[in-house]
Structure formats: C-alpha cells, structure tokens
Design a protein around this ligand. Structure first.
Ligand SMILES: Cc1ncc(COP(=O)(O)O)c(C=O)c1O
Length: 434
C-alpha cells in the first residue's frame, strides 16, 4: 500500500496487533515527512512540532546541511566498526566535543548509540577509575531504560514496574525543586543523610545529575546546588557525571546546560541533539578517567556509526553558524513571556520555568500546588494535536507541559503553536475543565 492511501487509524490498529503496549505512543499519528519545525502525517495533515522527537532535532527536521553530510557519507561506507577499521570522522567528532566540553584539562571522548548506553559506560568508567561501586542519583531522574541506567532512574511507574530486582548499589537523594517543597538545603541534607544512614561516601564512585531534570518535570537545578555537588565530590573523591542527554547541544542556550553554573564535571553523557536525528551518544570527560581501562574494555559494534558521525559534525557546524544557542535563549524568553501572561488569566498555571528553550508549564487545580492537574496537561496535549500542534507532558505527576521546539523554528510558527495552547486553555476553562 502506498503511504498516501494509508490512514492513521488503520496504521494504529496494525501497530496494536504487531507491537507491545509497553512501547507507548503520545499521539495516534504516523509521520509521512518532516521539515524544520513541521511534520506531515500520512493523511497529509500538517503539525507544528513542539516535541522535536523528545528534544532530538534541535537543528530541525531534515536540516539540508545534515542531510547532505549523511548523503555524502552513504556511498563511501556505512559501517566498518570503528574498533576494526577506524575512520577520521569519529576522531574529528571526539576532538570537537573535547574542545567544546567545559574543563581546562586533557579530555577524551567516545561514542555509543543511545543515551542509556552512554550512561552505562559512564558507570563503568567511574567504577573502574575509583575502584568503588556505589552510585548516587536523584528522585525523579531519568537516565534510561537499560538495567543499570534504569536503576539510576528515579521514577518507578512506568519505567521500573515489574522489571526488578534493580541493579544494586544505587542510592537516590531528593532533587531540589522549591516549587515542590524541596529547597537546595533540603536536597543537600538528603545527600548527607544518605552518607550517614546508607552508604559511606568513600564507597561512592559517582554522582549522576541532570542539570535540568527532564522527564522529572523540566526542573533546572539551582547553580548553587550543582556547585555544592562539585565540592562534595571533590571532598570525597567521587566523580561528578552530568547527564546532558536531554539538555545538551544548545537546548538550554549553551552548548551544555552545566555551563550556566560554571561547574566543571568529570564526565558528560550526551545523545539526542548531537546526531540531529541520527542515533549517536557520547561520553566526554577527563582523559585520566577515560584511559583507566584496558583496550577492548569499551566499545560496541555500531557505536559511532559513520553516518551518525557525519550527521553530528554537521550538527555542530549548524549550531555554531546559525547561532542556535542565542536562538534557544530568545525562544525560551518568548515562550515564558507568553505563558507568564497566560498565567495571569488562568490560575491553573502554577509555574512557568525553564532554561533557554527548555521550557515547562505546570498545571494545578485552582493553582493549589498541592493538587497537580495531569488532566489539564493531557487534555491540552490531546486537543492540540487535533489542531495541528504536537505536545508532550512530563513530571512526576504528569502535570507538566514541556516544550521542546526545534531551535530553527521561526517566530511566526512558534507563535502559531503558542496561540493554539492559549485558545485551548481558554476553552478548557469555559468547559469547567481547567
Ligand atoms: C537525561 C536523559 N538521560 C538518558 C536518557 C536515555 O536516552 P535513550 O532514550 O537514548 O536511551 C534520556 C532520554 O530521554 C534522558 O532524557
């Protein structure tokens, strides 16, 4: 059957027959093509994309520079396995990321395919280097779905349900989120409590932290908290691993979100925006940590695939040439100004926050922060899709709308999308649903 004769409903029913329920679907639509900040489905309907494939196509769908780079690589070779026969693009990408990552010391980088794999490898490096086994992560964190990254993930349903036992030696501390009643002091006290009650700091290999908690609700970590973590790590010989898988590559207005705080991590994990839609992840950081293990200890058959390396190099060019960090800051300000104005009209908007373009709107019944309103966030997501706008929710209570626009979006298309949300919220209020 040709794509043009397909319907979303028919494809969804085939999907239900062939694919497990556990692979979720935010929207019951099937893509036909995508360009910049727009997606068209198989029925020819146009959507403004405020999801970017979960913060992946920061450079937009099918950016011509990235398409061209992949096309140029395609007839040369698509796979040799870097560990078998090497290629220059892998080395160049490592050089460029080492240059871009914060830290005035010798750095090295290597590649994997998914974000979770980058996290797994950071765990291995930290354990081998420190000779310690324990790991600390935060409540509400998301670090992936493979067994050890899942153990670090700080939310049970749906990610961990039924998949235990979880990998051992992982301890979770509270993540600072003042609007949810956890101050920076509370979060720091939480770690001290772990050290007192649960794990000797001398046995902790690494602390994993997202500089802006992503799936957990788009909650920026206060810079003083990140600085405190750095000091704590230095005091106890613990490595600080910053997970930039969702926050990296201009999403927050800097190449890496951690740069906003001035903190220099030992290791950074990255993925998503790095490949501009091609699957690639990376671990970048201290050369002495990287070089601790013996040849053959790290690697993966497909990791750092030449098509993905070509795409990632083009992504770095586009981010620099099109000034996407600056654009990310401007997009974030425009979105937050819109939502703060909307919050003045609708008390269900209990918080508007973000860093650069990484923006969230949190809904509460009647504005009461003890009464999360996932119904409102979900209704907006569902209804917006009918009007041609794709949205996603997040947060421990599912009551947060997270906005992940491609950073190449024009103001006109951005405003068109924001208007749809404003109109829908007004309608929900009129119907007594918000
Ligand atoms: C902060 C963070 N870490 C890790 C991951 C896992 O990445 P992947 O889904 O590519 O395995 C994600 C994915 O959303 C993420 O946001």
């Amino acid at each position: 059957m040709s794509a043009t004769t397909q319907t979303n409903a028919a494809l969804m029913s085939r999907r239900a027959e062939a694919i497990p329920r556990a692979i979720g679907n935010a929207h019951a639509i099937f893509a036909e093509k995508a360009l910049g900040s727009l997606i068209w489905d198989v029925e020819g309907k146009r959507y403004i994309d405020f999801c970017a494939g979960i913060a992946v196509v920061n450079t937009g769908h099918c950016h011509p520079r990235i398409v061209e780079a992949v096309q140029a690589q395609l007839p040369q070779f698509t796979h040799t396995c870097f560990q078998v026969v090497a290629y220059e693009s892998y080395v160049r990408l490592a050089e460029r990321l080492c240059e871009l990552a914060p830290g005035n010391f010798a750095k090295k980088a290597f590649f994997m395919t998914t974000g979770a794999e980058a996290v797994e490898n950071a765990i291995k490096l930290a354990r081998a280097y420190t000779g310690r086994s324990a790991l600390i992560a935060f409540n509400g964190a998301f670090h992936g779905r493979t067994m050890y990254s899942l153990a670090l993930t700080g939310k049970v349903d749906p990610y961990k349900t039924g998949f235990g036992p979880m990998a051992p030696e992982v301890y979770h501390a509270p993540f600072p989120s003042p609007i949810h009643g956890i101050s920076v002091e509370d979060a720091i006290a939480g770690i001290e409590k772990l050290f007192k009650n649960d794990v000797d700091p001398g046995r902790v290999a690494a602390i994993f932290v997202e500089p802006v908690q992503g799936e957990g609700g788009y909650i920026p970590a206060a810079p003083e908290f990140l600085r405190h973590l750095r000091a704590l790590c230095d005091r106890h010989g613990i490595l600080l691993v910053v997970d930039e898988i969702q926050t990296g590559v201009a999403r927050t207005g800097k190449m890496f979100a951690i740069e906003h705080s001035g903190v220099v991590p030992d290791l950074i994990t990255m993925a998503k925006g790095l490949g501009g839609g091609m699957p690639i992840s990376a671990v970048v950081g201290r050369a002495d940590v990287m070089d601790h293990s013996n040849p053959g200890a790290l690697g993966s058959t497909y990791a750092g695939n030449p098509l993905a390396c070509a795409a990632a190099l083009a992504v770095l060019d586009v981010v620099a040439e099109e000034k996407l960090c600056e654009r990310s800051l401007a997009i974030g300000e425009r979105m937050r100004a819109f939502f703060r104005d909307l919050a003045g009209q609708h008390k269900s908007i209990g918080d508007v926050r973000g860093l650069g373009a990484m923006t969230a709107v949190e809904f509460f019944h009647g504005g009461d922060r003890s009464k999360p309103a996932p119904e409102i966030a979900n209704a907006l997501k569902t209804e917006a899709a009918k009007r041609g706008l794709l949205l996603l929710t997040c947060g421990n209570n599912g009551n947060v709308l997270r906005l992940m626009v491609p950073l190449v979006i024009s103001d006109a298309v951005l405003d068109e999308g924001l208007r749809i949300i404003g109109e829908l919220l007004g309608e929900l209020v009129a119907q007594g649903k918000a």
